[in-house]
Design a binder for this molecule. Sequence first.
Ligand SMILES: Cc1cc2nc3c(=O)[nH]c(=O)nc-3n(C[C@H](O)[C@H](O)[C@H](O)COP(=O)(O)O)c2cc1C
Length: 210
Amino acid sequence: MSSTHSPSANDTIPSLSDLEKTCWQQLDQSIHAHGSADSAFRNMTVATCASRGADARIVVLRDVDVAHKYVWFHTDARTEKVLQLEEFPQAMLLFWNESEQVQFRLTVETRLHTDDYLADEQWKKVHDGSVRLYMSELMPGSVQDSPYPGFPEHIKDGTITTEDRSSARLNFAAIECRVLCMEYLKLGKQGQTRARFQYEPVSKMTWLAP
Ligand SMILES: Cc1cc2nc3c(=O)[nH]c(=O)nc-3n(C[C@H](O)[C@H](O)[C@H](O)COP(=O)(O)O)c2cc1C
């Protein structure tokens, strides 16, 4: 797939709707491209609310539904972020493309999927190489006396068995993120370009002063 470029202040200013399309296209490309310029939005920061304050961490963008404006990430169902999202489902997803100097901020409403059809569909996308991420024998985030790699000893060099996949599945959570609003910011020597694409409660696109 060919690379799509965000406009700089030197380029012709695109229409808001063309810009919005490009943003979603870039997110979608990121999940299919590994290690190339197109994968710049593959990692994102998920900022959550917690009763003790704000929290944030990096996760991998796993799925994008351009037509319905949903994005997905995967995690261990026992992690702190899952507890936080159960209590406060709204979150911010933050993306940064260094080479394009573009930031996306997505305001999302999340839903956790652990044992339904949608979780099963997402689980099918988890390659054997990533199965061990869901095989920790110890509670994620729990205090330990010494470093722990996050999976059982036999997984280290061995192949993943059907039993391994089944036990990992029990810890798997797919997080559905319904995008309520996307904010675009591009930095440039000639100035910045900022826009907001709102989807809910009403659909509205607008330029913003940076
Ligand atoms: C590049 C990178 C990618 C990561 N991807 C994920 C991911 O897809 N899912 C995940 O749960 N944690 C991922 N992590 C680990 C999280 O940042 C975090 O440390 C972990 O999920 C525990 O977070 P929590 O205690 O806030 O739940 C990633 C970390 C890095 C540095």
